[in-house]
Design a binder for this molecule. Structure first.
Ligand code: HEC
Length: 110
């Protein structure tokens, strides 16, 4: 009986280690989807940031990635389904986009 309980506990603890929360999954995906992390351009929490500074005809210019933490679901999906100018095209599934949306708009992330 004791052995059985031990084996059961071991099994339970191994299972627990396998388990990642929806939030952890979403964060992982945001940091590294298909090799190019959203995080690199949109910042750690989707707050947007300056990607590059350069000069154009003697003027200082900035290339910015917009904040994506308070967009509507429709706009978020549209941006990831279509191809925009600077952003790489990712070919993410709806579930992946849903997870990303969950991550950047979640309260825990503020
Ligand atoms: C190479 C930099 C870069 C990366 C990487 C990147 N983005 Fe973007 N993103 C941009 C830029 C710049 C724009 C503004 C539109 C444009 O010029 O493409 C944008 C636009 C968007 C928009 C639309 C914003 C709006 O106001 O409608 C969303 C949503 C978005 N990105 C989400 C993501 C997500 C999610 C990822 C990761 C899967 C990601 N982006 C990766 C640079 C990037």
């Amino acid at each position: 009986m004791r052995v059985f309980v031990c084996v059961l506990l071991l099994f339970v603890s191994l299972k627990a280690e396998d388990f990642i929360t929806k939030m952890e999954y979403a964060k992982m995906l945001y940091s590294n989807p298909r090799g190019i992390g959203c995080i690199l351009c949109h910042g750690p929490k989707g707050e947007g940031m300056i990607i590059a500074k350069y000069k154009h005809k003697g003027k200082n210019m900035e290339l910015k990635a917009p904040a994506i933490n308070s967009l509507s679901r429709e706009r978020f999906f549209k941006a990831l389904k279509g191809s925009d100018s600077v952003m790489p095209k990712y070919f993410l599934t709806n579930d992946e986009i849903e997870a990303l949306y969950f991550y950047v708009t979640s309260e825990v992330n503020r």
